[in-house]
Design a protein around this ligand. Structure first.
Ligand code: SAM
Length: 242
């Protein structure tokens, strides 16, 4: 079975930014969302867990934060560096569970957005990440999570086939297979080479995380949930360290 790292390295990294539309639009959307969630201009430290090509790191740096962007995909981290040459962003190639190794001061904001949390191996690993987040945050520091709801509606039949993005030479379709604890996500990429189409298929599991469960876990580790809503089709939770 593929890990998230294998899947990004072999299948998604080369098309991730294209899949999301244009980077400028994704960056602007996250800029607006961060402001809407009460993240204001600051000179403090922010950590982006699963930063990808920087759709949250860049707006955080534009707001004045020094950002540490952690990811296990070197291709996406390299895109992030190209997009953010003049900003205060340090990219770190490592597992998000190890983020605190790179932090030597208290952190104002930690984000884990764009459905990164569901890439973790198990709910126990999610719990362990939340504990590490709590101990890294400054008082009144915030954790922002956005992830897909794989719990409340289980698509059936042809609803499980999702046309994600296409142009004249590339088509990305996603197929979802629901299991008890995970959804196996199959990404099918069709590429036109000359007058022929080739297909590559790869899959990886995503955790089914219940929003009530995560709110309870946040409370258990000492973080107060101050936002819990749906934003752009994702569960969006903001928790603050008291
Ligand atoms: C769905 S993308 C989200 C990227 C970015 N936050 C966004 O919204 O565009 C998930 C990212 O998390 C990274 N990732 C997944 N599991 C990881 C882990 N355990 N440690 C570090 N990065 C991880 C992947 O390489 C990928 O870049």
């Amino acid at each position: 079975m593929n890990t998230a790292k294998d899947h990004y390295d072999q299948q998604l990294a080369s098309i991730y930014s294209w899949m999301a539309g244009t980077p400028e639009v994704a960056i602007k959307r996250n800029h607006d969302l961060l402001r809407q969630l009460g993240v204001c201009s600051s000179q403090g430290l922010a950590i982006d867990l699963g930063a990808g090509s920087g759709f949250q790191s860049i707006p955080l740096a534009e707001l004045g934060f020094s950002v540490i962007s952690v990811d296990l995909c070197e291709t996406l981290l390299s895109e992030l560096r190209d997009l953010s040459k003049h900003l205060s962003i340090r990219t770190v190639y490592d597992d998000i569970l190890n983020f605190s190794k790179y932090v030597d001061e208290q952190v104002q904001v930690i984000v884990c957005m764009g459905d990164t949390l569901t890439h973790l191996e198990s709910l126990n690993v999610v719990q362990s990440l939340l504990l590490r987040v709590e101990s890294a945050l400054a008082t009144n520091g915030k954790l922002i999570l956005t992830f897909r709801d794989y719990i409340s509606v289980e698509p059936q039949g042809t609803q499980r086939f999702i046309p994600v993005q296409s142009n004249e030479s590339t088509i990305l379709t996603c197929f979802l297979e629901y299991r008890e604890d995970v959804v196996e996500v199959y990404d099918l990429v069709y590429r036109k080479e000359g007058d022929r189409w080739t297909m590559s298929a790869s899959s990886y599991p995503k955790l089914r995380i219940d929003r009530h469960w995560i709110c309870n876990q946040l409370k258990k580790v000492g973080l107060e949930v101050i936002h819990n809503e749906m934003v752009n089709g994702m569960i969006c939770i903001v928790a603050e360290k008291l």
